[in-house]
Write a protein that binds this ligand. Structure first.
Ligand SMILES: *Cc1c(COP(=O)(O)O)cnc(C)c1O
Length: 373
C-alpha cells in the first residue's frame, strides 16, 4: 500500500465537476485579478469565520507582511513569535523592518509558551504573532492579557488553522488581525499561491487592502507605496468551491486523529490538546525516539511522513546573526529530533489509517525487542 502525506488528486476527483465549472466561469468572465470571484470568496470566508473584513492576497507570507505594514510596524520595532514555526512567520517580521524576537514553545502543545513571552517584551515591542501550529489554537486568553497589559497588537498566524476554534470562537477572529495561507497543502488550499487577511477593525482592513494593491486610492492615484499582492480570480473560485467542503474535511481529519490517538497512545507520544479548543489537525505530530530510523522504516512500507520542523527557526543559518544557543530554547531544541508528522487528510480511508497504525506499532515493537529504542 502507498500512503501519501497529502492527496490533492483524490480531493480533486471528489469535487471535479464543481471545480472544473468554477475555473471555466472565471476564464469566460476574464475576472483574473480581484474581480467578482475574489469578492465572493472574501465575503464567504469572512462569513465562515464570523469576521467583518477579509482581504484576499497573494499568499500567506504576504498576508503577514502586509498586516505588519498596516499596523505601522517599521525599522527599529520588535515583533515576537514562536521558535517552532515555518520561516514565513519570521520572514514577514524582517521584511517589515522589525527585529524578530523568538519565544520557546510549550513542551506539550509545541505552541508559543505563554509564560515566556513577557520576559522578551521591550519598549520597542510592537506586536506578538502567535501561530496556531498544526491546527491547534495557541493560548489566546493569556496572549491577549499580555498584549493588553503592554499595549501590543496580536496578529494570529492562522496558516494551519482554518476552521479551528478557541472557546467556541473561530480562529482568526480573536486577535486584532489574522493571516491565512491557502497554499495547496493547507487545510483550505488553492491551486497555486493565495492568502488572506481578516480583521474586525475597518481601519486596519482599509490599510491592508490598500497596501496589497500599491497603496491605491484609485487606478493611478496612490496614497502611499505598497506592494502587489492580490488574490486572483481562479484561486478565489477554487477556494470558494472548497470552502463548502471544508467542515466535512476537518471532521474527517478529527476522526483520523482519534483513530491515531487510540491506536498509538501506548507506544508514542500523541498530540496533547488544551481544553475548550477545536484542533483541526493540519498536521498530526507524534514524538518518538529514533525518529529518523522510524521514518525510514515507514517509508519502506510506503508510508510518507514529514517533520515540522527539523530545525527550529533560531538555529537556522538564516538567524545565526541573532547568536542563539540551544539552551535559549530548550523545548524547541529537545523536540526537534523526535517529532514526526503522520499522513492525515480529508480523503484518507480507514484502511489507510489502520495500515499506518499497524506498521508503526510493528516497527516500534521490533525496535524495542532489539533493545535499541
Ligand atoms: C504555510 C505557512 C505560512 C506561509 O504561507 P504561504 O502561503 O506559503 O506564503 C505562514 N505561516 C505558517 C505557520 C505556515 O504554515
Amino acid at each position: 500500500m502507498k500512503i501519501p502525506f497529502v492527496d490533492l488528486k483524490a480531493q480533486y476527483f471528489s469535487i471535479k465537476e464543481e471545480i472544473d465549472q468554477a475555473i471555466s466561469n472565471v476564464i469566460q468572465d476574464s475576472a483574473f485579478i480581484g474581480g467578482k470571484y475574489a469578492k465572493v470568496f472574501e465575503k464567504n470566508f469572512a462569513n465562515y469565520l464570523g469576521v467583518k473584513n477579509c482581504i484576499g492576497v497573494g499568499n500567506g507570507t504576504d498576508a503577514l507582511y502586509i498586516t505588519l505594514k498596516a499596523l505601522g510596524v517599521f525599522d527599529g520595532d520588535e515583533v515576537i513569535t514562536v521558535a517552532n514555526t515555518f520561516i514565513a512567520t519570521s520572514e514577514a517580521i524582517t521584511m517589515s523592518g522589525a527585529k524578530v524576537v523568538f519565544v520557546d514553545c510549550d513542551k506539550d502543545t509545541y505552541n508559543i509558551d505563554v509564560d515566556k513571552i513577557e520576559a522578551t517584551i521591550t519598549s520597542n515591542t510592537k506586536a506578538i504573532i502567535p501561530v496556531h501550529l498544526y491546527g491547534q489554537p495557541a493560548e489566546m486568553d493569556e496572549i491577549r492579557d499580555i498584549a493588553k497589559k503592554h499595549n501590543l497588537y496580536v496578529v494570529e498566524d492562522a496558516a494551519q488553522a482554518h476552521g479551528s476554534e478557541y472557546q467556541g470562537q473561530r480562529i482568526g477572529t480573536i486577535g486584532d488581525i489574522a493571516c491565512f495561507s491557502f497554499f495547496p497543502g493547507k487545510n483550505l488550499g488553492a491551486y497555486g499561491d493565495a492568502g488572506a487577511i481578516v480583521t474586525n477593525n475597518d481601519n486596519l482592513a482599509r490599510k491592508a487592502r490598500m497596501f496589497a494593491n500599491h497603496g491605491r486610492i484609485e487606478k493611478y492615484n496612490h496614497e502611499f507605496e505598497g506592494t502587489n499582492s492580490r488574490l486572483d480570480g481562479l484561486q478565489a473560485a477554487v477556494l470558494d468551491v472548497k470552502l463548502k467542503h471544508l467542515d466535512k474535511w476537518i471532521e474527517r481529519r478529527r476522526t483520523i486523529a482519534k483513530m491515531y490517538d487510540a491506536g498509538l497512545n501506548d507506544i508514542v507520544i500523541t498530540p496533547s490538546v488544551i481544553s475548550d479548543v477545536k484542533h483541526v489537525y493540519h498536521l498530526y505530530v507524534i514524538r518518538i525516539k529514533d525518529r529518523d530510523r522510524v521514518k525510514e522504516l515507514l517509508a519502506e512500507k510506503g508510508i510518507a511522513t514529514g517533520i515540522h520542523y527539523p530545525i527550529p527557526l533560531p538555529f537556522l543559518e538564516a538567524y545565526s546573526y541573532l547568536g542563539h544557543k540551544p539552551e535559549d530554547f530548550p523545548v524547541a531544541y529537545s523536540m526537534k529530533d523526535e517529532i514526526l508528522s503522520l499522513p492525515i487528510h480529508g480523503d484518507m480511508t480507514d484502511e489507510q489509517v489502520e495500515y499506518v497504525i499497524t506498521n508503526l506499532k510493528d516497527i516500534v515493537n521490533k525496535m524495542y525487542k532489539k533493545g535499541n529504542a
